[in-house]
Design a protein around this ligand. Structure first.
Ligand code: URA
Length: 442
């Protein structure tokens, strides 16, 4: 087969055969196809798209490029949750303990943040002593003993995606339906769970900017998951403004604990209960087995709300943290988490209502405080980030604090504060409330 011919075919909008797709995936993974040819291929896919059959083949060859995790040593139905990425999305830290406290074994592999989006692994690493790499047998033991473990993705899971994603990130080819689907689903299908819950974000702080695009992505991923024998559901949720109030690693851990104590922001509490309820239903736990979708999700949510109110989910979080070497006392004393040396408040410039709070701008400002990385090799400042004091729909008076920027480098933090101020749009008319959960795809 000839690489230039495959690139040219896709460039001209011709449907590729399974063989041609396999050739590109395997050739790039083993190094026989260089970056510049794969970059041209990805750009051709970006503009011409792929049909469903091509996307299924791409996902399958990427999944088969590495190992499949064997979670059969864990009893019960293992349910994985994956978010397509957003700003302030710390739901894994809340939903994992909630679902686990309801009897769902949570054995999760997560990623690091890149660009303006955060990653669960970085957030967890802000907990002193916490380690996110473990031998497979220790990972399985922890899930059996404590009901939950979260580790970083290993290089053996879908290595094709690892290489292709890094190339997409620097060639402007991330935001494509087939490429996102194959990237997410190749990893999820290889990660050994029995069921998958996908949180597809839409809005300015997400890869999918509109609800229509997000729904298309959700439906395609659900179809691929189900046709691969894993019960898969998706939820389309709002990412026009950040989720919750905290953006940045240690700040997000504090907010997640606040939610588990029942005193977190309303939006993230609501989404977490919904996601946990869906995980409970997918796992057939808490008496949901055999119920239809609506009933099962409602019963699952009820169980999750009980685990939150009783403090069981918070206890589960502490046990999970100590199982992975972290100090569980952080749950009672946030001072034990990394603390920034600088705090800068951003005041409102006018009276009115917050009409818009651009999630991407906040994500970028947070990244520029040091909380995120621009290149994969960059280190992150675990204490840095932003806490929002006002969100969409809130009334403000000139001089009220809109948000606080945290960092350790004065120049960087001041510049980021200027960027964060630009994220807020103030108007005289109260806006319509935003819908957080837009659709459920079962
Ligand atoms: N998350 C992934 O893992 N891959 C993508 O392509 C986008 C979001």
């Amino acid at each position: 087969m000839n690489t230039v011919e495959v690139i040219t075919k896709k460039r001209n909008g011709i449907i590729l055969s399974d063989e041609e797709i396999r050739y590109m995936v395997n050739g790039y993974t083993d190094g026989s196809i260089p970056d510049y040819q794969m970059a041209a291929f990805l750009m051709a896919v970006y503009f011409q798209g792929m049909n469903k059959e091509e996307t299924i083949a791409l996902t399958d060859f990427m999944r088969r490029s590495g190992d499949t995790v064997d979670l059969s040593g864990i009893e019960g139905i293992k349910v994985d949750k994956h978010s397509t990425g957003g700003v302030g999305d710390k739901t894994t830290l809340i939903v994992g303990p909630l679902a686990s406290a309801c009897g769902v074994p949570v054995a999760k592999m997560s990623g690091r943040g890149l660009g303006f989006t955060g990653g669960t692994v970085d957030k967890l690493e802000s907990i002193p002593g916490f380690h996110t790499s473990m031998e497979e047998c220790d990972f399985i033991n922890q899930v059996n003993q404590r009901g939950i473990a979260v580790i970083g993705q290993t290089g053996h899971i879908a290595p094709a995606d690892k290489k292709i994603y890094a190339l997409r990130d620097v060639t402007g080819t991330v935001e494509n339906l087939s490429l996102i689907t194959s990237s997410i689903m190749s990893k999820k299908l290889a990660s050994g769970s029995d069921a998958i819950l996908l949180d597809v974000k839409c809005g300015s702080g997400a890869f999918m900017k509109t609800e229509e695009e997000a729904e298309k992505l959700g439906r395609l991923m659900v179809e691929i998951g189900n046709s691969s024998g894993k019960k898969t559901m998706a939820i389309i949720s709002d990412m026009e403004q950040p989720l919750g109030n905290a953006v940045g690693n240690a700040l997000e851990v504090m907010e997640a604990i606040d939610v588990l104590k029942g005193k977190g922001p309303e939006d993230i509490t609501e989404l977490s209960l919904q996601l946990a309820g869906m995980m409970v239903y997918l796992g057939g736990a808490a008496g949901t087995a055999g119920l239809d979708m609506e009933e099962g999700m409602a019963k699952g949510r009820e169980a999750a709300a009980k685990a939150l109110a009783s403090g069981d989910a918070l206890e589960r979080f502490k046990s999970f943290v100590s199982g992975q070497g972290g100090n569980p006392a952080i749950a009672d004393d946030y001072g034990l988490l990394p603390q920034a040396g600088i705090a800068i408040d951003v005041p409102a410039k006018a009276d009115g209502y917050i009409h818009g709070l651009d999630a991407m701008k906040i994500g970028l400002a947070s990244q520029h405080t040091g909380a995120g990385r621009e290149k994969k090799e960059d280190s992150v400042d675990l204490s840095a980030g932003i806490v929002l004091r006002r969100k969409c729909g809130d009334e403000v008076r000139r001089g009220d604090i809109l948000c606080t920027l945290y960092g350790n480098d004065l120049e960087k933090t001041e510049r980021a504060a200027g960027e964060a101020a630009e994220a807020f749009a103030i108007d005289q008319i109260r806006p319509e409330p935003r819908l957080l959960i837009k659709k459920i795809i079962g």
